[in-house]
Structure formats: C-alpha cells, structure tokens
Design a protein around this ligand. Structure first.
Ligand code: ASP
Length: 425
C-alpha cells in the first residue's frame, strides 16, 4: 500500500480518505446504533464484519506490544531516564486508578442502585474463579516467551520485551544491529497498523449494530442505575481527573480529548484496550505529538496494567452487589475494595469482559456473594464499553503528561489540534 493513496485515487476512494477518520467512526457508531435498534437481533448478521475488524486488530497486538516496548526501552539508553519515566508512569497509573475506584464507591453509595433489583433479573452465568494474588504475580514470568506470544499472554510479553530492551541497552555496540532491526521493524508494524485502522468505521458500525440489536433498550432498564453510575463515573473521571491533570500541566484538555477521539470510539465499540492499542498509539504520536519513545513505552504497558475504567466499575459493582444482598460494608471493607480493585485492574487483560472475571476477586475479598457476578453479566457488555474507553483515555493521558514532563511532547502538534490518524502514511 502506498503512502499517497488519496492522491492517486481521486475518485470515490480519494473522497472517502479525505473525510477525517473520527467523523467516519462516529457516523459508523450512530448508524450502527440505529440499524441495531431497528432490526433487533437480525442485526447480528452484521457481526462478521465487526469480527473481521477485531481479528485484524488482534493480529497487531502481540507484534505491536512487543516491538514498541522493546523500542521504547532501547530509545531510553540513559538508565536514569528509563527509571524516571518508569517511576512516573507507574505512579500516575496507580494514583489515577485508586481515585477511579474512590469515585466508583462514592457514586455507588450516593445512587444506592441495589434497592429494588432482585435476583430474578440475573442471568444464569456461573462465575469463573479468579486467580489468587500470588498466582497473578508468578504468572508474569514467561517460562517460554514464544508460547507467551503465541497464546497472546500480553503481560508476559511485556515482561519479556522490557527485559530484552534492557539487555540490548546493556550490550552496547554488540547489540547495535538488533536495536536498529527493531527500530526498522517498528516502522513496518506502524504502517501495518495504519492499514488495519483504515477499516475502523466499517468495523465500528457492525459492532454497534450487533450490540444494540442484541441487547435492545428494554433489557437495559432494570439495571439502568448501574449503567448510569458507571457512565457518569467514567465521564467525571475523564473530565475532572484527566482534564484537571492536563490543565495543571499547562495543556488544553479539549485538544487532548479531540486528539484521542478515534481511540475512544474504537475502545467503546471493541471493548478491548489491547485491541485499541494500535489506534491509541497512532493518536498519541500523530495527533498529540507524544514522542515515539514515550508512547512506545507508556501505552503498551498501560493497555495491560492501567485500567481506571475497570477499577471504577469494580467499585460501583461491589457496592451494587452489597446493596442487592443487603450486606453492610465497613470502612475497612472500603479500603480492601480499593486495594483489591487496584490489583485486579492491573491483572485484568485488555480484552472484552475480562473485568467481569476479576470482579469475583474483589467480591471475594470482602465476602460478597459471587452470584453478584452473574447479575452484572447480563449488562456487562454495556459497562465494558464505558470502562474500556476510560481505560484507553487514561493511558493516553499518562503518556501525554509523562512526555510533557520529559520535554518529549511536540507542543506544535498538540496545540494544532490536528487529526491525521486516518491517513495511511
Ligand atoms: N475490556 C476491558 C479493556 O479491555 C477490560 C475489562 O473487561 O474491564 O480494557
């Protein structure tokens, strides 16, 4: 595929390529919603188009995470810089996640959603067991990196990529060829990403039609308050915490939200942070002006470990379950929920529905009945859409702040408010 598709195909394709990607994605989203509501379950016939888009994007996950993290680490030859960026990133991830759960708990308390929702609205889904915390930590070490890649174990791929990157740095001149090879591979993978992103509007349309057609509006009403709490929480967190942090750093928050619009739309419809990574990396680099070195390190890590939306959702759901079952939670229980939900969100894979499984870890930690997971299951997809969007926006916010603090944010690009993600090039 050439870099100037639009110039060489001035016809329909050229005109299509000239429309900003976010507009095409938004149109796909709205049209999909309408088609889904009008045609109901029949709209599921469109699902294969959405699945094809998701398959394309999944194809990118392992190579993109691996190559961009190795390059992210090798681009920071200075161990002091590596340490600084790492500490800032992890600290920002942890703080924003804990705040997100607190917002979830506050909203859950204020809205008192559990009243009036009975077990009869539960779907008969047996909750899967969540792993213990020790198992979660041990599972980070890839005994076989190739297997980690082939099975899509992203956390293990991250650990391997960071160690390999450090080893390349430590090898000095002898590692130079490998370093250059990875840099070149990264460019190729970014190009491949651009090709897949071109199909986003069609995939988003089909996924939205399927979701709206399958769930309809009626089914959502009994659990509407949980949905309201999660959506309101995500919006508050994005605007006040992210917006406030960017504003405090001297950046215009609106330009940030404009710049990551495509990534947010893809997150909303695919409900996968890892799947959205190709789009969020492109948005961060091209629209926000975050350097390759910072985006390559911060975003792949964030797509797997930083999940503010998932954490907020776990706070809301834990309270909801407590209210439904009439369990009184003590102050200590609230602290336990904040701690376990932070860990659970770190351990949650950036794939659809993963947060629901980890919810059982949070419920167990304060002795809440696991049947709660089954109640939430019926509406989880709707909740997943909001929480995944916040997860992805949060990663990009941290990448922007870290880049700004390292002098690696191109303010010319950021302040131009440009939108070039849709261009293949
Ligand atoms: N789907 C979410 C994500 O990919 C994870 C979750 O289920 O909470 O970010």
């Amino acid at each position: 595929m050439s870099t100037d598709v639009s110039h060489r195909n001035p016809g329909l394709l050229g005109r299509w390529n000239a429309i900003p990607l976010w507009q095409k994605i938004l149109a796909g989203l709205v049209l999909g919603l309408i088609v889904g509501l009008v045609f109901g379950p029949a709209a599921a016939a469109l699902k294969p188009i959405g699945s094809a888009f998701i398959a394309g994007i999944k194809m990118l996950i392992v190579p993109l995470v691996f190559v961009s993290l190795v390059c992210g680490v090798t681009s920071m030859r200075d161990p002091a810089k590596m340490g600084r960026v790492g500490v800032k990133t992890i600290a920002l991830y942890l703080v924003t996640t804990a705040v997100a759960i607190a917002i979830g708990l506050a909203l859950g308390t204020v809205l008192n959603m559990g009243a009036g929702v009975g077990m009869e609205s539960a779907k008969a889904v047996a909750p899967k067991a969540a792993p213990s915390i020790a198992d979660m930590l041990l599972a980070l070490i890839p005994t076989n990196p190739i297997e980690a890649m082939s099975t899509g174990n992203v956390l293990q791929v991250i650990v391997f990529a960071i160690l390999l990157g450090l080893a390349i740095n430590m090898s000095g001149k002898a590692g130079e060829t490998v370093r250059n090879g990875f840099d070149s591979l990264a460019e190729v993978i970014y190009k491949l990403t651009a090709i897949v992103i071109w199909f986003a509007p069609f995939g988003v349309f089909a996924l939205m039609a399927w979701t709206a057609g399958t769930y309809g509006l009626d089914l959502l009403l009994p659990l509407a308050m949980v949905i309201v709490a999660v959506y309101v929480g995500c919006i508050l967190h994005a605007f006040f915490i992210y917006g406030g942090a960017l504003w405090a750093a001297g950046l215009n928050p609106f330009l940030f939200f404009k710049g990551i619009a495509e990534a947010a739309a893809v997150a909303f419809t695919t409900t996968s942070s890892s799947g959205t990574l190709p789009v969020s990396m492109t948005c961060a680099r091209k629209n926000l002006g975050v350097s390759d070195s910072v985006s390559g390190f911060v975003l792949p890590l964030g797509a797997t470990v930083n999940m503010d939306g998932t954490a907020l959702y776990q706070g809301v759901c834990a309270l909801f379950v407590a209210q439904v079952f009439g369990v009184h939670l003590s102050g200590g229980d609230y602290v336990t929920i904040i701690l376990t939900a932070t860990l659970a969100s770190i351990g949650t894979a950036g794939v659809p529905g993963a947060g629901l499984i980890m919810l059982s870890l949070v419920l167990t930690s304060v002795g809440l009945p696991l049947e709660g997971v089954a109640i939430i299951a019926g509406i989880d997809r709707i909740l997943d859409m909001a929480r995944t969007t916040l997860n992805v926006v949060g990663d990009s916010m941290v990448a922007t702040l870290v880049a700004k603090s390292e002098g690696e944010l191109d303010l010319g690009v950021y302040n131009s408010g440009r939108d070039v993600v849709g261009e293949i090039g």
